[in-house]
Design a binder for this molecule. Structure first.
Ligand SMILES: [Zn+2]
Length: 336
């Protein structure tokens, strides 16, 4: 049935089905896990199960309630997500949903409020939600999701049944990509790089040639490829550029630590081995942290281009570190 169609999340599915079977469904759930692993999907499956009209296993995916919820068209399922310039969930939005939940449902047995990005609730919004999370009406349930559990207010977390959604297995992500028409080789590689996130893998597959070009530049040990190549301009492209640098550093560090099975960019294994043989792991870590902080600044920084050129500068600084450089030239190798 529909539960079986959800890939991964075995623990979450078993727990939710137990709650259903025992008729002990908590007032509020908080699904925590990386973006793109299917947190909302699991939550919606539970909403369907609570409202499904079938006599047998629920959800049936065939009754009117199941179909309406699957289409995102059920009048008693209320969705909230961060919005506006501040990307927050405001108190008036929470009040609006609470007001709706206080009324009789149109057709649902259980009304549902799905709140994505629970870490983006303003403090006032969160406070206005606490009582409802603790003592929801018998005809309403809350489903919160977050990719940043540590940023969620403890008052919210403590009132929810926490369900952790882990990254999906690489093979499962690759299969989903192939089903969406992505070429086999790209599907495998993008799935490995996605860290178990379907949305990230799809995004990566959609710009695969550009990603490959960046990886080729990173594999090239000559600094001229870096100094002569154009830098990205837009916030989105700069963010992708930094993600690409971090992917590469991650693989260099994994190779240096002797874990080839964990390498994601396998077609650059030789370049990674060369870089790993020359690397100073401390420098690599230091650069990784600097890139993380640059990555966080991309959304606020006045000029994304400045972020990109700072990142390039830091990358090239590694080259200056002589024998410990990940760009160590073949000539210098042979002098040893
Ligand atoms: Zn149904």
């Amino acid at each position: 049935m529909a539960w079986a169609e959800i890939i991964g999340h075995e623990f979450a599915k078993r727990l939710l089905q137990t709650h259903l079977a025992e008729g002990a469904v908590p007032g509020a759930y908080l699904f925590a896990g990386p973006d793109g692993v299917g947190k909302r999907r699991v939550a919606l499956e539970m909403v369907k199960a609570l409202n499904c009209a079938a006599q047998g296993p629920r959800p049936c995916d065939a009754c009117p309630a199941c179909r309406q919820i699957s289409r995102g068209a059920h009048p008693d399922v209320h969705l909230l997500a961060p919005g506006g310039a501040s990307q927050q969930i405001r108190i008036d939005e929470i009040r609006h949903v609470l007001g709706r939940l206080a009324l009789r449902p149109f057709s649902a047995r259980i009304q549902a409020a799905l709140i994505d990005g629970a870490e983006r609730l303003t403090e006032e919004a969160a406070n206005s939600l606490l009582k409802a999370l603790e003592e929801p009406s018998a005809r309403a349930r809350f489903f919160l999701t977050t990719a940043r559990l540590s940023d969620c207010l403890p008052t919210i977390v403590s009132r929810c049944q926490l369900i952790r959604c882990r990254p999906l297995p690489v093979e499962a992500v690759a299969r989903l990509l192939r089903e969406q028409g992505v070429a086999e080789e790209t599907a495998e590689a993008a799935a490995r790089l996605s860290g178990g996130s379907v949305s990230q893998a799809l995004e990566l597959a959609g710009r695969w040639p550009a990603y490959r070009e960046l990886a080729a530049r990173l594999a090239d040990r000559s600094p001229s490829a870096w100094l002569e190549g154009a830098l990205p301009e837009t916030r989105q492209d700069v963010a992708r550029f930094l993600d690409g640098l971090m992917d590469w550093l991650r693989d260099v560090a994994v190779t240096a630590a002797g874990g080839p099975q964990w390498v994601r960019q396998r077609d650059h294994a030789e370049a990674l081995r060369r870089a790993a043989a020359a690397i100073d792991l401390d420098r690599c870590l230091k650069l990784a942290w600097e890139l993380v902080s640059l990555r966080e600044s991309v959304d606020q920084f006045v000029s994304p281009r400045l972020v990109a050129s700072l990142a390039r500068e830091k990358w090239l600084e590694l080259q200056k570190s002589g024998d410990t450089s990940i760009f160590r030239s073949p000539e210098r190798d042979s002098e040893k």
